[in-house]
Design a protein around this ligand. Structure first.
Ligand code: F6R
Length: 236
């Protein structure tokens, strides 16, 4: 894992945005997977301001809250629509995203697994890290062999997840790509910022080994993983 420490959130986002543009510039049709959540928003802002060229890219969703879709403010799809897809006019046909309201969620998973079987692996994934060390909705205890599935969300995720919504939500389950699909990705980028993430960054970095109770630690086995962290989150 290559570690890159930035002075502050603004620098961090600029560096990650530049890194991504550089990584994919030689690819004719990159398959990208970009996390929702708060941390990457500054990266997407950089993409929008610089009118980053994603015209040949395909996008695959990382995760979604079960029961929500792009019409729900605070959902993963809503976040990506508002911060990236709509401002950059990315065509719907280039986006494969989970519908957390679908009646047949296992079909959603099968379709995504099939798409990755046929068109994968993903070229680049941008991941945030949950307070409990989750990546996507791969919660503590997730298997390294896991593929796309519906999961029960950890207490921490249910509680912390309320920050995305104006009114209290029931956030019992999520639909997510699995750790195997993350680990199969050619380039993995982790972005972490702020005081609240100090303790998970410390846990990730102190042992440099895979601990199933900290899903993000599975990335120690990835040959091309880049952790971008700001000084505040790195300081312990
Ligand atoms: C969101 C996602 C989650 C978040 C993580 C960190 O699509 O996959 O794993 O990346 O919970 O969220 P923030 O960035 O809001 O701290």
């Amino acid at each position: 894992m290559q570690i890159n420490v930035s002075k502050n959130y603004e620098e961090l986002c600029k560096e990650v945005a530049n890194f991504i543009v550089d990584e994919i510039k030689e690819l004719s049709s990159p398959l990208l997977c970009l996390a929702g959540g708060d941390t990457p928003l500054g990266v997407y802002k950089n993409f929008v301001e610089s009118r980053a060229d994603f015209k040949n890219a395909m996008f695959i969703g990382l995760d979604e809250w079960v029961g929500l879709d792009g019409a729900d403010s605070g959902s993963c799809r809503f976040t990506l629509d508002q911060s990236l897809y709509l401002p950059l006019a990315i065509e719907e046909s280039k986006i494969q995203f989970f519908d957390g309201k679908a009646t047949d969620l296992s079909r959603q998973c099968n379709e995504t697994n099939q798409l990755l079987e046929t068109n994968g692996p993903i070229d680049l994934v941008l991941l945030g890290i949950g307070m409990n060390g989750h990546v996507g909705f791969n919660e503590p205890g997730s298997s390294l062999d896991s593929i796309c599935r519906v999961v029960s969300l950890d207490e921490t995720t249910q509680t912390v997840g309320q920050k995305y919504f104006e009114t209290q939500q029931e956030l019992k389950q999520g639909i997510t790509l699995g750790l195997k699909q993350v680990l199969d990705t050619r380039t993995v980028i982790l972005i972490v910022s702020g005081e609240k993430k100090r303790s998970i960054v410390k846990k990730l970095l102190e042992d440099e080994k895979i601990d199933p109770s900290i899903p993000v630690s599975s990335l120690w086995q990835h040959p091309n993983c880049h952790l971008f962290v700001d000084e505040v989150a790195y300081s312990e």
